[in-house]
Design a protein around this ligand. Sequence first.
Ligand code: CU
Length: 131
Amino acid sequence: MRYLHSARAAFAVLSITTLSSSAFASAADYEFQPVKADVKNGGGSQLAVRLVHKPTGKPVEGALLIRTRLDMSPDSMDEMTAKHTATPTAEPGVYAFTADFTMAGGWALKLQAKVPGEADTVEGTVVFKAQ
Ligand SMILES: [Cu+2]
């Protein structure tokens, strides 16, 4: 009975490993890129990222951004965050934000998104320079 239990546990671990490695491969096909890495410092600054499907090079429309964070980790200030809100854009595959920067320097926009036809969450980090 004990043997049976551990065998089942081993099988479960194996299944999870297989599942996550194949899932990682497909979510890794997507990349967030800066539209323009240099942005204006201060309040009401505009920033935008393009989501690209790397194998085809095509912009990805209709992604649902489930979590975003804008912080100064590129300048070793991980705890320094900036308020930002999503801004509508007409350009396909482009996701724009209005941000209130409080300091000049490097800012990382960290994104988690659900992409149509992709089961796994797509993650990315885009670095901007506010000046
Ligand atoms: Cu700072």
